[in-house]
Design a protein around this ligand. Structure first.
Ligand code: MIG
Length: 634
């Protein structure tokens, strides 16, 4: 059962697709403090609180505070309050009731989930203009299903989007791409897609191609597709470079498609291309126009995109930099003590993605003119949505699309990757936690930068990371410029990487079926144990996940570990995979175990009465034979 409650005048975010009449009686559920702009709710003893999609910390969010504020943040720590996406859904269960709370609110929103007071949940708004959707069902999964029906079906990628993909900031030119393909072939590493990061563009201008680096991108795309079944996926950034003669810039200015300041000037920020404007994607005309631009790259026969910087990310505004210069001028002859040093450090240190800059520009929406910060968390969603709407218009439903910034609702149009993680062991459990809560919030096409984006990766870390990434629908190895090369061929044990990445293709039928089912039934692709078992221990386990309802995975995420502790709520069959045809089977009774796993071994536990079908090894998804399967039963 869903009920909607409304406070103030709400911006229609189009996160929800059903029209639910407004009920009265919000006071029966929440305590409202209008002065503090807070609503709160009592949490029951031991109640679990899931949700909030991408945010850091465990699957159970209880005991900490979070913030919805989509931000380009390249360091994901335990105290990082906000990441790139806002997913304002909470699921309360495990102590009798099964309650879903969707907070349809596009501005900044603070959560205190049993942080200040163990048994209290408090939401603090900037403006009390919000719609609440309260869902009550018989089970946690029941709540999720009802919520997902409310927000609409999740995006489905083309089949090749479920293959292994290789990325790097950046493969700089055609030759580097061809060399990569050659090295992969020589080492028998299957691959379905190669990503082009921002350096494929001409001076970081969206939808352009640098001709020196990629003289004929169309020929390259076709060669790779025809000869190797490999797809190229270029990056698109949210910002549009200010440059005379650049058609996207010129058209945008002429037709008032960019976000403007109060005085009517186009808002100007500095991002990768230098001076840039932001398309006003909250405006239907402008969004349609920006979506159309994707055809320029489709004409180069690429058929996928990853959208970056769409929070939108701002390096700095000239207004702020001027203030900083003034401050330097003011203090240049003074002793830097007495607080000046700290002041300067703070001004410079907070110049990026500064809240005040987001208050400087406006959107012309069909619900009126609105200041950006009021709807900030919708920007990434609407930008990506513009692309999908265009693809639909030109009859293309086979495009791979995911973005960095997101909001509930965007899950209907594309997937996400979880942004700039690090080559840290702790970022393996982080993605496991994010996956469950993102699935709950409708995002099924999800993955992280396998091996970690920032800092240097090692062979053991990358290999252990496969313990989770072999199963994530988006399976991409990506790494930052200036870090150690991170392709599987960059390390010593190419053979194991080949065997393990090939396993992805053996699992593909299971992955594909599981994904389809989650879309069609509004359920999960990754299940936490607490959704499958009723015992108390299962509520605590957050480092083991079910993929669908048949197999449980137990990635190893500790440096130098030779195995790990595993909790089995029921009897299971362990499959210890080294490759498609090299694996052992061991039966386990329910209980606690320390299970050993060599660096090149992937542990998969099969449930009683279930089966896992494996396809024959293939070099890419199009070669996988879904009819020739080997079935492992328990
Ligand atoms: O400011 O395009 O998260 O995946 O490689 C950094 C360069 C911009 C951030 C993305 C990352 C990408 C990088 N981008």
């Amino acid at each position: 059962m869903v009920k909607r409650y409304s406070i103030g005048s709400v911006f229609k975010s189009e996160s929800v697709i059903e029209d639910i009449e407004v009920s009265s009686g919000l006071a029966d559920i929440f305590m409202l403090d209008e002065e503090k702009k807070e609503v709160s709710l009592k949490l029951l003893d031991d109640e679990l609180v899931y949700g909030l999609g991408e945010s850091v910390r465990g699957i159970n969010k209880r005991g900490w505070k979070y913030l919805s504020n989509n931000v380009d943040i390249p360091i994901h720590l335990e105290q990082t309050m906000a990441l790139y996406g806002s997913h304002n859904f909470l699921l309360l269960f495990g102590s009798g009731r099964n309650l879903g709370i969707f907070i349809d609110y596009p501005g900044y929103l603070n959560y205190d989930i049993g942080f200040s007071k163990r048994n209290e949940l408090t939401l603090t708004f900037t403006d009390l203009d919000v719609d609440f959707y309260i869902i009550e069902e018989d089970s946690a999964l029941g709540v999720v299903k009802r919520f997902r029906k409310l927000i609409g079906k999740s995006y489905e990628p083309p089949l090749w989007g479920l293959g292994y993909s290789q990325s790097r900031w950046s493969y700089n030119n055609e030759q580097e791409v061809l060399d990569l393909v050659k090295t992969f072939k020589e080492n028998n590493i299957p691959v379905d897609a190669i990503y082009l990061d921002i350096d494929h563009m001409e001076r970081f201008k969206d939808f352009t191609v640098n001709k020196q680096r990629f003289p004929d991108l169309k020929a390259l795309s076709n060669k790779l597709k025809k000869e190797e079944n490999i797809h190229l996926v270029p990056a698109v950034d949210a910002c549009v470079k200010v440059e005379e003669g650049y058609d996207v810039y010129e058209e945008g200015v002429k037709n008032n498609y960019f976000c403007k300041k109060e005085n009517g000037e186009n808002f100007l920020a500095h991002v990768w291309p230098g001076r840039a404007h932001f398309p006003d994607v909250l405006n239907d005309r402008a969004r349609k126009w920006f979506g159309k631009q994707f055809s320029k790259l489709l004409e180069q026969d690429v058929d996928g995109f990853w959208i970056d910087m769409n929070e939108p990310s701002i390096f700095y505004t000239e207004e702020r930099v001027k203030e900083i210069y003034q401050k330097f001028e003011e203090i240049k002859d003074k002793d830097l003590g007495g607080g000046y040093f700290a002041e300067i450090q703070d001004m410079v240190g907070t110049v990026q993605n500064r809240p005040a800059d987001y208050e400087m520009f406006y959107h012309e929406t069909n619900q009126g003119k609105i200041r950006h910060d009021k709807i900030h968390n919708l920007y990434g969603y609407y930008l990506l949505r513009g692309a999908t709407e265009h693809f639909k218009e030109i009859g293309r439903d086979d495009i791979l699309l995911f973005g960095r910034s997101s909001h509930i609702g965007m899950h209907r149009y594309g997937g996400i990757w979880t942004g700039d993680n690090h080559s840290w062991w702790s970022h393996i459990p982080l993605i496991m936690h994010q996956l469950v809560n993102l699935n709950i919030c409708g995002f099924l096409y999800v993955g992280c930068d396998t091996g970690g984006f920032a800092s240097d990766c090692s062979q053991d870390l990358l290999m252990r990371w496969l313990g989770i990434s072999l199963f994530t629908p988006l399976f991409r190895n990506h790494s930052a410029i200036y870090t150690r090369r991170q392709e599987p061929t960059a390390f010593e044990d190419n053979k194991s990487f080949s065997d393990l990445i090939s396993l992805r293709y053996a699992f593909l039928p299971y992955i594909y079926e599981t994904y389809k089912k989650a879309v069609n039934e509004d359920t999960l692709y990754f299940y936490p144990l607490s959704f499958i078992y009723d015992d108390e221990r299962s509520k605590e386990v957050e480092d083991q996940l079910f993929v669908g309802q048949s197999i449980m995975i137990t990635p190893i995420y500790k440096q130098n570990a030779k195995g790990r502790h595993v909790y089995l709520p029921e009897d299971m069959l362990l499959l210890r995979f080294r490759s498609y045809d090299d694996y052992d089977k061991e039966e386990y009774k329910a209980g606690d175990y320390y299970v050993s796993a060599k660096e090149n071994e992937i542990l998969v536990f099969l449930r009683k009465g279930h089966s896992l079908a494996l396809a024959k090894p293939a070099r890419n998804t199009s070669e996988v034979d879904f009819n020739d399967l080997k079935e492992i039963k328990f």
